[in-house]
Design a protein around this ligand. Structure first.
Ligand SMILES: Cc1cc2nc3c(=O)[nH]c(=O)nc-3n(C[C@H](O)[C@H](O)[C@H](O)COP(=O)(O)OP(=O)(O)OC[C@H]3O[C@@H](n4cnc5c(N)ncnc54)[C@H](O)[C@@H]3O)c2cc1C
Length: 370
């Protein structure tokens, strides 16, 4: 597989006036899912990102295994994690899930998604809208259809989104080179570690991704991340951090499609945003396919996609309610609740419901997938 690098220096020629049928801004989970869904549609799709495809990982890279199968990216899997543990100040509960998580290699996953598309790619930093397209640091790009898959900043939206005032969580993690103790995705819900949030460890075959997320954007997470790494006796090295949204936002605005974190498509409570970015990316790509095939006007696609996203409001609200509740449950009660929850029938029901909120069956398997 070719290793792409971000176009720099004199190779960063002007793209001013470049035209495409569909312009996808952002080449991570959401943008690449849109591009992949458009493969074979005949549309001239241009994907742009400030970095080369897969160059900058944006997360701990754990997703439900059935989704990785459905998107044809199983080759990127590093380790399958059939269990989850939840640790509070008063004990640990271990669950066997009805489906598994898998940690994966970000670059490889992005390249596999991109390889399934027939899109063009250019590195460019997107600054905002311009008449008929978007303004970038390499000039204005023109397309009748524009997708913002640029992450939580929602660069192509009318109003900015600034932490700490915006409904965003923050996360930071370290990536030490050492294997995890076993095949479980570990979660810590301890107020002494983080007041409103949780810690995690994602084993990834010879590497661990250890981090802390806070639902309260004003609470810093560096100290708890280092504390968790020390507790697990791993080196606090190779830091990576970002914001992630915990509230849905309108999925369309002024003729632009917003997908993934730019539309708040990241589950509150769990902070899981990869699966949902893929899910809503597939949905957006399908609407755009129908537009290109002349089966519906662009306005219809905008309305359909907007309604599709808003149709998930209840599940997102429910998760946000739980996110607010979690930090105020007395720790002993939480521990008892987790132990009671440990009955397999309840685990299967709860995690089954959770997976169905963005079901892998929605992603049509592609015949040419790996
Ligand atoms: C520390 C941490 C760990 C996480 N771990 C997990 C996890 O294990 N599992 C999970 O499901 N979720 C996880 N999340 C959440 C998850 O990372 C996001 O929800 C997910 O990345 C959203 O995907 P996206 O494609 O919408 O946006 P992003 O992945 O943020 O991608 C946005 C893309 O746009 C590009 N871009 C941004 N601005 C510009 C610009 N101006 N011009 C050009 N390009 C630009 C970026 O380079 C990037 O490629 C984690 C989040 C954090 C912070």
């Amino acid at each position: 597989m070719t290793k792409r690098v971000t176009t720099r220096g004199t190779r960063r020629t002007s793209l001013d006036g470049t035209r495409a049928d569909i312009l996808v801004c952002g080449a991570s989970f959401a943008g690449l899912a849109v591009a992949r869904e458009l493969a074979g549609s005949g549309a001239d799709v241009l994907v742009v990102d400030r970095y080369a495809v897969g160059e900058r990982a944006t997360s701990a890279c754990a997703a439900p295994t059935p989704w990785l199968h459905a998107m044809g990216v199983t080759d990127s899997i590093r380790q399958e994690l059939p269990d989850m543990t939840f640790t509070t100040a008063h004990g640990t509960a271990r669950f066997r899930l009805p489906w598994s998580w898998s940690s994966f290699d970000y670059r490889q996953l992005c390249e596999l998604l991109f390889a399934q598309s027939d899109a063009r790619f250019e590195t460019a930093k997107v600054h905002g809208r311009c008449p008929g397209g978007v303004r970038t640091d390499r000039g204005d790009l023109h397309a009748p259809v524009v997708v913002d898959a640029l992450g939580w900043r929602r660069v192509l939206g009318a109003s900015g989104y600034q932490p700490p005032a915006a409904p965003l969580s923050r996360g930071l993690e370290v990536h030490p080179h050492s294997g995890g103790p076993d095949d479980a995705l570990d979660i810590w819900i301890e107020r002494d570690l983080v007041r409103r949030g949780y810690g995690w460890r994602v084993p990834a075959a010879g590497e661990q991704r250890v981090g802390v997320g806070s639902y309260a954007p004003r609470d810093h997470v560096r100290r708890p991340t280092v504390a968790l790494a020390e507790r697990l006796d791993v080196d606090a090295v190779r830091y990576q951090g970002n914001w992630f949204p915990h509230r849905l936002r309108p999925a369309t605005e002024a003729g632009v499609f917003f997908v993934g974190d730019s539309a708040g498509h990241c589950f509150p409570l769990s902070g899981e945003g990869i699966r949902t970015a893929l899910y809503f990316g597939v949905a957006c790509g399908r609407e755009l396919r129908a537009v290109h095939a002349g089966e519906q006007p662009l306005e219809r696609a905008l309305a359909n996609y907007h309604e599709f996203s808003a149709g998930h409001r209840r599940a997102f609200r429910r998760a946000l309610g739980l996110q607010r509740l979690l930090p105020v449950i007395p720790p002993r009660l939480l521990t008892l609740g987790l132990r009671a929850f440990g009955r397999q029938r309840i685990v299967d029901r709860a995690f089954g419901w959770y997976l169905r909120q963005a079901d892998p069956a929605f992603a049509r398997p592609r015949a040419d997938a790996s």
